[in-house]
Design a binder for this molecule. Structure first.
Ligand code: DMJ
Length: 498
C-alpha cells in the first residue's frame, strides 16, 4: 500500500443512528450549537493557555522544561540499558517484563516513547525507535493479546510516530496491526468487540467487554481510516459505540460491561469516570472533535449529562463520583471508592463544557495529594484514606492538569502538575529509571515500598503533559492538538523527517 502524502477526508459513516438519539435533543439547534460551543470553549482556552504561558518568566518555564526533559531521559536510559527491544523494564532488578503475552515482545516502551522523544527534539532517539518498529515489531505473532491495549498503545503509538515523521513504513505497520485486530470487531454478532484476538490466527476470545474496551479505539481507527481511505476501521468503532449506547437505561446511564455475543449487560453498575469505563467517555468527546462527528459528540453530551446528574456526590464539600445502579440510579456498595484512574475526567469535563465541575473534581484529587504526595490507586472519599496503597506511576492527574490548563489558561494547573512531578521524582526515581510503589504511605526511600516496573505508559504520558505545559515546543500545535487516552499526539504534531 502506498501512503498518501496528503490526508484524505474521513469517509462518512452512514447509519440510522439510535432511535432515541434522533429525538428533540439531538435534532435541536441547541444541540448542534453545543458542538460548536464545545469547540469554541476549547479554541479560546487554547489561546488563553498560550497567553498564560507568556505571563511567566520564560527562564522559569524553561528551567522546569529542562528538569522534565532530564527526568524523561533518565527513565529512557534505564529502559535502553536493561530492556531495549522488550516491552517494559524492571528498573530495580534490571530485568524485563512482557506486557502483552509471555515470551513475546512488541517493544512496547519504544512505541510508547516515540512521539514524546519527537516532541522533546530527541531526533536520534526517535529515529532509533522508528528503525526498531520498522525492522522488529512483528504484527503477526502467534499471541492472543488484549485488543484495547493493543489499539491505544501500539496502533496509537505507531500512528503518532507516522504523524511525527511521515515515514510511510510506520503507517503500513499501524495498518497491519489494525488489520490483525479487526476480527475482534467483525466476528462479533453485536459489533461489541471481543476482548482478545490471536494476531496470527485471528481467533477471538473474551466475550465480556468493558466500556473502555468497547469505545477506546475511535481516535486511532478514525485516523487510520482518514490516512488510508479505508473506512472499515472507523466503521467498526462507531458500530461498537452504537451497540453500547443503544443499551443505555432510561436515565441515560450505562453499566460497566456487556456480553459481546448477546448484547446483554454483564455488570449494571454505572461507575464512570472510574475504570473500567473511563476512556469510553473520553473517546466520545475527543473522537467527536477529531472527526467533527456530531453523532459521537451528541452521545457524549447525553451520557455525560447523566453522569453529572446521577453520580456526582459532595463529601465534605468535595466533588466525587459515586457508583450507582444504571437503571435505578441507587448508589451501590462501592459508592465511596474513588480510583486515581478516574482523575483524568476533571480535564475532560473542562474541555467538554462543564468547567466548574472539572475544577472541583481536580481540587478533590489535589486534596488527596495534600495527604499523599504520590496518589494511591484508590481512596475512600468519606475518610480520604487509601483503599489500595500502591502507586503505579499513573499519569491521570497530570493529564487533567494539562487539559485544565489548556481549557482555562490558569497557571495554577501548571503549578499543581509541577508539584506532582517533584513528588514523583523524589519518591519514584531509582538509579535504573522510575518505578512503581507498593505503598505510597511508606516513608520515602524505604526499601520495601518499591515495586519494580516502569510501565510503558510512563514514556507516553507522565512527562509529556509536563513538557507540553512548560516547553512551548514548536513541534505541537496547541490550538488543534489532540492527545489520545494513552497520551499519543494524534493531531497537531508538526511533522518533520526523522
Ligand atoms: C493508560 O494506559 C491509559 O491512560 C488508559 O486509558 C488508562 N490508564 C493507563 C495509565 O494509567
Amino acid at each position: 500500500m502506498t501512503a498518501p502524502s496528503q490526508p484524505v477526508p474521513l469517509p462518512e459513516v452512514r447509519g440510522s443512528g439510535l432511535d432515541r438519539d434522533s429525538g428533540p435533543r439531538a435534532a435541536s439547534g441547541a444541540s448542534r450549537r453545543g458542538v460548536l460551543t464545545g469547540a469554541g470553549v476549547a479554541a479560546s482556552a487554547l489561546v488563553l493557555g498560550v497567553a498564560a504561558a507568556g505571563r511567566q518568566p520564560a527562564s522559569a518555564q524553561a528551567r522546569v522544561a529542562a528538569e522534565v526533559h532530564a527526568e524523561f531521559l533518565h527513565g529512557w536510559r534505564g529502559y535502553q540499558t536493561a530492556a531495549w527491544g522488550y516491552d517494559e523494564v524492571r528498573p530495580l532488578s534490571g530485568t524485563r517484563h512482557d506486557f502483552f503475552a509471555s515470551g513475546r515482545t512488541f517493544g512496547l516502551s519504544i512505541v510508547e516513547a516515540l512521539d514524546t522523544l519527537f516532541l522533546m527534539e530527541e531526533n536520534i532517539e526517535a529515529a532509533r525507535c522508528c528503525d526498531w518498529i520498522e525492522q522488529h515489531l512483528d504484527p503477526v505473532q502467534d499471541a492472543s493479546i488484549q485488543v484495547f491495549e493493543a489499539v491505544i498503545r501500539l496502533v496509537g503509538g505507531v500512528l503518532a510516530g507516522y504523524q511525527a515523521t511521515g515515514r510511510p513504513a510506520l503507517l503500513r505497520r499501524a495498518r497491519e496491526l489494525a488489520d490483525r485486530l479487526l476480527p475482534a470487531f467483525t466476528a462479533s454478532p453485536t459489533g461489541l468487540p471481543y476482548t482478545h484476538v490471536n494476531l496470527r490466527t485471528g481467533a477471538v476470545h473474551g466475550d465480556v467487554a468493558t466500556l473502555a474496551e468497547i469505545g477506546s479505539n475511535a481516535m486511532e481507527f478514525g485516523l487510520l481510516s482518514r490516512l488510508t481511505g479505508d473506512r472499515r476501521y472507523y466503521e467498526a468503532s462507531v458500530r461498537a459505540y452504537r451497540a453500547a449506547v443503544s443499551r443505555r437505561s432510561a436515565l441515560d446511564l450505562l453499566g460497566t460491561s456487556l456480553h459481546v455475543e448477546t448484547g446483554r449487560w454483564a455488570d449494571t453498575a454505572a461507575v464512570a469516570p472510574n475504570a473500567p469505563v473511563d476512556s469510553f467517555y473520553e473517546y466520545l468527546y475527543t473522537a467527536g472533535a477529531q472527526f467533527a462527528d456530531r453523532t459521537l459528540s451528541s452521545w457524549y453530551r447525553m451520557l455525560n449529562a447523566a453522569v453529572l446528574r446521577h453520580q456526582v456526590v459532595r463529601v465534605a464539600g468535595r466533588l466525587w463520583f459515586r457508583a450507582v445502579d444504571f437503571r435505578s440510579g441507587r448508589p451501590d456498595g462501592t459508592a465511596t471508592r474513588q480510583q486515581e484512574l478516574g482523575s483524568f475526567y476533571a480535564g475532560l469535563l473542562a474541555k467538554g463544557g462543564a468547567p466548574e465541575q472539572g475544577a472541583a473534581y481536580f481540587d478533590s484529587w489535589t486534596a488527596v495529594l495534600d495527604r499523599y504526595p504520590v496518589l494511591p490507586e484508590s481512596v475512600d472519599c468519606a475518610t480520604m484514606r487509601p483503599v489500595d496503597r500502591s502507586g503505579l506511576l499513573r499519569p491521570e492527574y497530570a493529564n487533567a492538569a494539562f487539559d485544565l490548563w489548556r481549557a482555562t489558561g490558569l497557571d495554577r494547573y501548571r503549578q499543581a502538575a509541577y508539584r506532582w512531578f517533584t513528588a514523583m521524582r523524589e519518591r519514584q526515581r531509582v538509579p535504573g529509571g522510575y518505578t512503581t510503589l507498593r505503598d505510597v504511605t511508606a516513608p520515602p526511600g524505604s526499601p520495601h515500598s518499591y515495586g519494580d516496573l516502569t510501565p510503558g505508559y510512563w514514556f507516553a504520558e507522565n512527562l509529556k503533559y509536563l513538557w507540553l505545559m512548560f516547553s512551548a515546543t514548536p513541534r505541537f500545535d496547541y490550538r488543534v492538538g489532540l492527545l489520545s487516552t494513552e497520551g499519543k499526539a494524534l493531531a497537531g504534531l508538526r511533522r518533520r523527517w526523522v
